[in-house]
Design a protein around this ligand. Structure first.
Ligand code: AMP
Ligand code: GLY
Length: 446
């Protein structure tokens, strides 16, 4: 098969690494890709929202399948667009209507309440309902959770400690703090517990596979302190996501989600990202230890993918073929039993402003591999997944984003995998480099 992968981050680098391993993959293109994806396929200078150009490229190169990395083209309707192009390839991803699960928090909350999926109690408000919104806030307990309805580049959620601050921020959100994205604001009750990311692959015919579970580290500082980022590291598996927890996730969340999509006529062939919380106290009719949904995303997570792909042993393209054809039930998903940890090296200043164009060294160290194959147990190699990198005019690899590069390692346990990634993180050098040294360490209490 000839495959076109859309996107340019660490997530796409990890998906490209995995697709390149497939015996079914004859040719892989990545649009636009980054300095790392070119190790696995051919980068193409087309942006993810240039649907016409993507369609033309697919026709010219006889592409069989498009795999969509980021949410943007999905929310913008790339699946529906290609469905109207004669001879267009299969697209892995939800339709525009189904992508609203990520594109609109109000839509996602409505979906969950319709289908009895455990989530925080909520109401949605627009600018002319400010007084009502304040009344609803007063019925909740601190802290207060405010969410911009639309896509806000991961910044649209505010958690406020006092009612006064919540009312103040609510006013600003409704007055356009996040532009059109916060014209509607979802107010919901606070859920207390520990989070994990569960990924489900579904074929739109009621079949699904639950992929390895990951835990994201979103804050910039060690010990989960400081500002939120896109994700500073990840590990998989997650010890508290044990068989009992996952049984509840499957029965209470995954199955009702798959059935709900069908009942609502939402066509969805692709990855569903469940942002879950394992409650540490009773809430509504649920108990401490139970899973509840924080949010849906309609794509893989980043940097979750940088540990999830290495933990899938099966051929990803074979699974995706099952997704496209509605035959996912005939495919097998085999997990790698090892632990994977990824550590993200970021530019100094991130998630605030930062400089780009810093020359990177150490990438060719023997500790690293970019071969499209999972390193063996005793290889003591780390995989480099490029996120924000580019080649400069002299052919040097330079930083080109906030999150620059991910160092993924396997181990028999989290400590072993983290120690290996720490060695890698030290070897790579660029001006202003920063990374967290504590990825996965909070899980040692489980
Ligand atoms: P989201 O953009 O929906 O992923 O929200 C960002 C982060 O805010 C989540 O990862 C949680 O840490 C936190 N969060 C969102 N909603 C809630 C909630 N109802 N209760 C507690 N934390 C929340
Ligand atoms: N790492 C969280 C996300 O991809 O949304």
């Amino acid at each position: 098969m000839k495959v076109l992968l859309l996107g340019s981050g660490g997530r796409e680098c990890a998906i490209a690494w995995k697709l390149a391993q497939s015996a079914k993959c004859d040719k892989l293109y990545i649009a636009p890709g980054n300095a790392g994806t070119s190790a696995y396929g051919e980068n193409v200078a087309i942006k993810v929202n240039e649907f016409d150009r993507i369609a033309d490229f697919c026709a010219a190169q006889h592409i069989d399948m498009i795999v969509v990395g980021p949410e943007d083209p999905l929310v913008n309707g790339i699946v529906d667009f290609m469905a109207n192009v004669p001879g267009a390839p299969k697209v892995i991803g939800p339709t525009k209507a189904a992508a609203q699960l990520e594109g609109s928090k109000d839509f996602a909350k409505g979906f969950m309440s319709r289908h009895g999926i455990p989530t925080a109690r909520y109401r949605s408000f627009t600018a002319n309902e400010y007084d009502e919104a304040c009344q609803f806030l007063a019925t909740l307990q601190a802290p207060y959770v405010l969410k911009a309805d639309g896509l806000a580049a991961g910044k649209g959620v505010l958690i406020l400690p006092t009612l006064d601050e919540a009312k103040q921020e609510l006013k600003e959100m409704l007055n356009g703090m996040f532009g059109a994205a916060s014209a509607t604001v979802v107010i919901e009750e606070f859920m207390s517990g520990i989070e994990c990311s569960v990924f489900v692959l579904t074929d739109g015919e009621g079949h699904y596979k639950i992929l390895p579970v990951a835990k994201d580290y979103k804050r910039i500082g060690e010990g989960d302190t400081g500002l939120n980022t896109g994700g500073m590291g990840n590990c998989s598996p997650v010890p508290f996501a044990d068989a009992e927890f996952m049984q509840k996730v499957e029965e209470r969340i995954v199955k009702p989600t798959i059935e709900g999509l069908k009942a609502d006529g939402l066509k969805y062939k692709g990855f569903i990202f469940l942002g879950l919380i394992r409650m540490d106290r009773d809430i509504q009719c649920y108990h401490a230890g139970d899973p509840m949904v924080i949010e849906y995303n309609v794509r893989m997570g980043d940097p979750e993918t940088e540990v999830v792909m290495p933990r899938i042993k099966s051929d990803l393209l074979d699974l995706l073929e099952g997704v496209a054809d509605g035959t996912l039930d005939t495919k097998e998903l085999v997990e790698d039993p090892r632990t994977a940890v990824t550590v993200v090296l970021v530019s100094g200043g991130y998630p605030g402003s930062y400089e780009k164009g810093k020359v990177m060294t150490g990438l060719d160290n023997e500790l690293f591999t970019q071969a499209p194959v999972a390193p063996a147990d005793n290889a003591r190699k780390s995989i480099l997944f490029h996120a924000g990198t580019a080649l400069n005019a002299e052919g040097q690899t330079v930083t080109a984003g906030g999150r620059v590069i991910c160092v993924t390692s396997y181990g028999n346990d989290r400590n072993e995998a983290l120690a290996q990634s720490m060695r890698g993180a030290e070897i790579i050098k660029f001006d202003g480099k920063y990374y967290r040294r504590d990825i996965g360490q909070d899980l040692n209490r489980f």
